[in-house]
Write a protein that binds this ligand. Structure first.
Ligand SMILES: [Zn+2]
Length: 197
């Protein structure tokens, strides 16, 4: 029986609980550091998490930041390979050393419904949240608990064919064909939001 752990959002089943290293993780580390340096990950209040999470499509799943990671200091083996997600049983199968981001289900749902997306970045920038309308980005209708199936539904329905969505009262998801496209898009949005102040 593989090791399993029930987190607050889903059950994690470790297919192999070992350090996981692939070249793609190097690019993820680079972008995580870059995004943290831009100020995307300010400390948050209780329950909001301390930083964002970043993922890239990998095989049938994705590579994603571990839960509780500090994006500014993250290293390669803090990325976890999410191999599969069962939305009904709320269970996530992974290979890696750590628990995957508590928002793994949302990332996986995006990869499944958007074949054009190969990278997803989620952050909690207050500048972007405050200016969703002025920036012309879609926003979820209601505030939902993060990491849940309800959040998955709201995000997918607000996203439609765009590449950027704000989750009311929480954060944003940014999509890209590549990690570079995704990262640059998020930085551009942050700069536009700050210019609106
Ligand atoms: Zn979040």
């Amino acid at each position: 029986m593989p090791e399993s752990y029930r987190g607050t959002k889903f059950e994690t089943v470790f297919m192999n609980r070992a350090s996981f290293k692939v070249d793609k993780a190097k690019d993820l580390v680079k972008w995580a550091h870059e995004l943290a340096a831009k100020g995307f990950c300010p400390p948050q209040g209780e329950g909001a998490g301390t930083s964002g999470n970043l993922s890239a499509r990998y095989k049938n799943g994705c590579l994603i930041t571990r839960t509780g990671a500090d994006l500014g200091k993250i290293v390669e083996d803090e990325f976890v390979n999410v191999e599969d997600v069962n939305m009904v049983d709320v269970r996530v199968a992974v290979t890696g050393k750590y628990e995957p981001s508590s928002e793994s289900m949302v990332h996986m749902a995006i990869y499944r419904s958007r074949r054009d997306a190969n990278a997803v970045f989620h952050g909690h920038s207050p500048d972007i949240l405050a200016h969703a309308r002025a920036l012309g980005v879609p926003e979820t209708k209601s505030e939902v608990e993060y990491g849940t199936r309800k959040e998955v539904e709201e995000v997918l329905s607000a996203l439609k064919q765009t590449h950027f969505v704000v989750v009311k009262g929480h954060g944003f998801y940014c999509l890209g064909k590549t990690l570079d496209e995704c990262g640059k898009r998020a930085v551009e949005m942050l700069e536009k939001a700050r210019a609106l102040k």
